[in-house]
Design a protein around this ligand. Structure first.
Ligand code: ARG
Length: 458
């Protein structure tokens, strides 16, 4: 038999393959709560405007509440023949309340309905993302506070560069996840327009009140252009873009955790809760959670590219292609939530091996810049000359197989006679980080200033 929702001009029902490619109920049932909320607001508005009677509205609302309860208790039977969540709910409503159900879809199309449901869902999800990011930032702030003075090597090209503090390194991630959080907030503000009432694409002749539904559904205002409203999936693309950038940050952090937890680095120890053993090598403790966070980035990036590709050739307004938006967003959302949660746990639980960090910080001539700066300050050398002199000192130390601070004064003076024994005061890693007092620098005082700034904005 033909479809009961739109079957008026169809003589026979869909082919089985057609049903399979067309149906979205398998995944869009996730939108049931948003769908029912939207329908209740729409029905209330229709009644308020005198488009349907108050009695019909009351029946519709009561029926929708029953359906919500049925779905939430697992008693609702979803049907693939009814394609999607919208028609599953409406068909059940008709079974529950009869002809009044048929009045709900007045001045509405599935095109504005799905735009509404999906916007509501993405908006709620971004609220969760914002909260999760705040939790991760807060974990980093605690670790940064604890380790504002803990010296570790800073790297460029993954080669030892200059000593920094672990607190400062943590605060770099706070900045990154803070930007992600601010992108989420911006996206929520842009998304905050209500699509319902755009109808199929052209609006409607019924005297609807879109400001009323917008307000009832917690949106700032209604969307302004009905064609754009049913064509637009920018809010989903923005969520995926934000997710991809955040996942990139999580992946870089995951990579550092993987490197730092190797015996060769040994900067951190992961808690048992966030590592696994090997089935053959008894000594192993593997950073699986970090690796999986790193890998989730692939799925999330994939989701962004998939939806961009779905959207790129679509003429205005709605095309069925857009039904492919949901699985990408749902999968990316789940992956991102899980990745942030796992990372927050790892950051909170990991043990910092300050002794190992400090030992590594002092190796690789990490205070060479401090020697050059000292020559500028104390001996009045131009920086470029000081750089050259220091380079010769490093070469000498390398030849001797020792650190800069272990070169006898006579050797340093042979490189440049202006060097005095006061230079040894700047060659320690502690002196090095303490000297970096420029705004935003790694000096412990500066790290504490950053922490205070963020605590006020948590
Ligand atoms: N299941 C559809 C989607 O997810 C709902 C909108 C269908 N609209 C239509 N005109 N067929 O996009």
């Amino acid at each position: 038999s033909s479809n009961q929702m739109w079957g008026g001009r169809f003589a026979s029902g869909p082919d089985a393959i057609m049903e399979e490619i067309n149906a979205s109920i398998g995944f869009d049932k996730k939108l049931y709560a948003q769908d029912i909320r939207g329908s209740k607001a729409h029905a209330a508005m229709l009644a308020h405007q005198g488009i349907i009677s108050a009695e019909d509205k009351d029946q519709i609302v009561a029926g929708l509440d029953t359906i919500l309860a049925e779905i939430e208790s697992g008693r609702f039977e979803f049907s693939r023949r009814l394609e999607d969540i919208h028609m599953n709910v409406e068909a059940r409503l008709a079974a529950l309340i009869g002809p009044a159900a048929g009045r709900l879809h007045t001045a509405r199309s599935r095109n504005d309905q799905v735009a509404l449901d999906f916007r509501l869902w993405v908006k709620e999800e971004m609220g969760r993302t914002e909260k999760a990011l705040t939790g991760l930032i807060s974990a980093f702030l605690d670790r940064a506070e604890e380790h504002a003075d803990t010296v570790m090597p800073g790297f460029t090209h993954l080669q030892t560069a200059q000593p920094v503090t672990f607190g400062h390194h943590c605060m770099a991630y706070v900045e990154m996840f803070g930007r992600d959080r601010s992108r989420v907030r911006d996206a929520i503000a842009r998304l905050d327009e209500c699509p319902i009432g755009a109808a199929a694409l052209a609006g409607t002749g019924f005297p609807i009140d879109r400001h009323m539904t917008a307000q009832a559904l917690g949106f700032r205002e209604p969307t302004r252009n009905s064609i754009d409203t049913v064509s637009d999936r920018d809010f989903a693309l923005e969520f995926l873009s934000i997710a991809a950038i955040a996942a990139t940050h999580l992946s870089r952090l995951a990579e550092e955790i993987v490197i730092w937890s190797t015996p060769q680095f040994g900067f951190i120890r992961l808690s048992d809760a966030f590592s696994t053993g090997s089935s053959i090598m008894p000594q192993k403790k593997n950073p699986d959670a970090a690796e999986l966070v790193r890998a989730k980035t692939g799925r999330i990036n994939g989701a962004l590219i998939a939806l961009l590709t779905v959207m790129k050739g679509l003429p205005l307004a709605y095309s069925k292609d857009m039904q492919e938006d949901k699985e990408q967003v749902f999968d990316a959302a789940e992956s991102l939530e899980l990745a942030i949660a796992a990372m927050t746990g790892m950051v909170r639980d990991l043990t910092v091996r300050a002794d190992r960090m400090k030992a590594a910080a002092g190796s690789g001539y990490s205070t060479a810049t401090d020697l050059a700066d000292w020559l500028v300050r104390e001996a009045g050398l131009p920086f470029r000359d000081a750089h050259h002199v220091t380079g010769r000192a490093v070469a000498l130390a390398e030849e001797r197989g020792c650190e800069l601070s272990e070169l006898p004064l006579a050797d340093l003076q042979a490189v440049n006679p202006a060097i005095t024994d006061r230079v040894y005061g700047v060659l320690t890693v502690e002196a090095s980080v303490a000297s970096r007092t420029s705004f935003g620098g790694t000096a412990p005082s500066g790290v504490r200033r950053q922490i205070a700034w963020w605590r006020e904005r948590l």
